[in-house]
Design a protein around this ligand. Structure first.
Ligand code: PLP
Length: 452
């Protein structure tokens, strides 16, 4: 399988290069040149354990990795999950399912993609005999998941910048209390945007980046999307036969990565009925899918912070495939979006997508309702997906974080504070906050001193 840019300006590359490069050099995103037809294989997929299903799916895409190695890599990526099913699917009431995506090391769904990506990076470093220094800026979940995908790996260092005082106490501990010598979590003064600006400046210094073999944690690596398609397939295979063609997946959405992964699977011949794009008050995608108009707004902090996003970076891949792989059209649309901040789509696939918006004030009430109706506790992100669930049609709600990561919100909603042993253990560790000023020179010097 070869990977091409959504903007058509780079020669095709193989899977391993696509993973290593992350972003295409023409500013586009890398996508598989064709999407395989999985329909003839679906019968044979039924009943496979998660890691084996992941292997069977990925081998269509990672064609430059030998089968035995890929199978082992998939098994290793999911062996650290706390449930043997990896992503358990529960039925709350007839037809209404929840898929729990939060049983990885940081208790949020980003682990599913990043555990695999960490192993892919490590394999590449081993083959090329190289070390790797990874730099990222985070407002919470992504940083923790990236750290846990790299900690303790020989030949690698990860430096993660987070805004001092603006990530949750538990998220900070997940990053700063690992005890791993190759992990450096730095509390930067100022906002997330400030940390992000420093990161961009450092990564933009090509000489520095090349000399230190610096690589960015990014949300747009194609391996992340493919790793996420696997759990849609896993859930779909578990549905009762009479619900398979009718079920809608309800997806708490930030930058569209999660929805895209499901939609691509549908394009591969898995008969999924459709997707609900569930946003919080940062509703750019709800506005897009309900009116056809993409218009960037201001980010307003919410109780579901990992969805506080106003640019849907993965949307470009959707645009590419839905325009019939027309890179010129993608370029034109992206240009207009960038210059005007607004784009009006004439024809949209309203049959596949529905959408919803959950105001911040509604989140506690939904957590209470779901708890009362089903005796089930959802985190604030998953709560957004439970808004107006239609109990008369089959659906799969994606649960993206363990509620124990948001104890204050849950206690305020239902008077119970959920806990988790791994978070309790973290609370017992000493937190040594390493502060640094939001100054590229200071952070460059830190990287120089700690890189491998
Ligand atoms: C990142 C995240 C999301 C949003 O995922 P996208 O891929 O950005 O759509 C939702 N919930 C949680 C808990 C997250 O960490």
């Amino acid at each position: 399988m070869r990977y091409v840019s959504t903007r058509g300006g780079t020669p095709p590359v193989g899977f391993s290069d696509a993973v290593a490069e992350g972003l295409a050099s023409d500013g586009g995103l890398l996508v598989p040149e064709t999407l395989p037809d999985l329909a003839p294989e679906l019968g044979g997929f039924k009943g496979l354990p998660y890691a084996e299903l992941c292997f069977r799916f990925l081998r269509r895409f990672a064609t430059d990795i030998p089968d035995a190695e890929l199978r082992e890599l998939a098994a290793r990526s999911y062996s650290g999950f706390e449930r043997s099913e990896v992503v358990p699917v529960l039925e709350l009431t007839p037809g209404i399912h929840v898929m729990e995506l939060f049983h990885g090391p940081t208790l949020a769904f980003k682990d599913i993609a990043l555990q695999l990506l960490g192993n892919l990076y490590a394999r590449q470093c081993a083959i090329r005999g190289e070390t790797i220094n990874v730099l990222g800026a985070t407002s919470g979940d992504t940083g923790a998941a990236a750290i846990h995908s790299m900690m303790g790996r020989p030949g690698s260092v990860i430096v993660m910048l987070y805004p001092d005082g603006r990530v949750s106490a538990l998220q900070e501990r997940q990053m700063a209390c690992t005890g791993a010598s190759n992990v450096h979590a730095l509390a930067v003064d100022g906002s997330f945007d400030g940390a992000q600006a420093v990161l961009k400046e450092i990564l933009g210094d090509v000489a520095f980046r090349t000399r230190l073999r610096l690589s960015a944690v990014n949300s747009i690596n194609i391996a992340r999307v493919l790793a996420q398609s696997v759990y849609y397939l896993y859930a779909w295979l578990q549905l009762p036969r009479d619900q398979q063609a009718a079920a809608e997946f309800i997806v708490p959405t930030g930058n569209f990565g999660n929805v895209l992964a499901g939609w691509m699977l549908q394009k591969m011949g898995v008969p999924i009925r459709g997707f609900r794009v569930a946003t919080n008050q940062n509703d750019i995608l709800h506005r897009l899918f309900s009116t056809g108009v993409y218009s960037v707004g201001e980010v307003r902090p919410s109780l579901a912070p990992s969805m506080d996003i106003q640019v849907a970076s993965n949307f470009e891949r959707f645009l590419y495939y839905s325009s019939g792989c027309n890179a010129d059209r993608v370029k034109a649309v992206m240009r207009e979006m960038a210059s005007k901040g607004v784009y009006r789509f004439a024809n949209f696939d309203r049959d596949t997508f529905t959408s919803s918006r959950c105001a911040d004030a509604e989140i506690p009430g939904i957590i209470r309702q779901v708890h009362r109706a089903f005796g089930y506790v959802v985190d604030p992100h998953t709560a957004c997906a439970f808004k107006d669930v239609d109990l008369t049609r089959p659906s799969v709600v994606l649960a993206t974080a363990n509620p124990a990561k948001f104890p204050e919100t849950i206690r305020a909603a239902i008077g119970i504070e959920p806990t988790h042993p791994s978070l309790e253990a973290l609370k017992a560790r000493p937190l040594v906050r390493r502060k640094i000023v939001a100054d590229p020179a200071a952070i460059r010097a830190f990287i120089e001193a700690h890189a491998v």
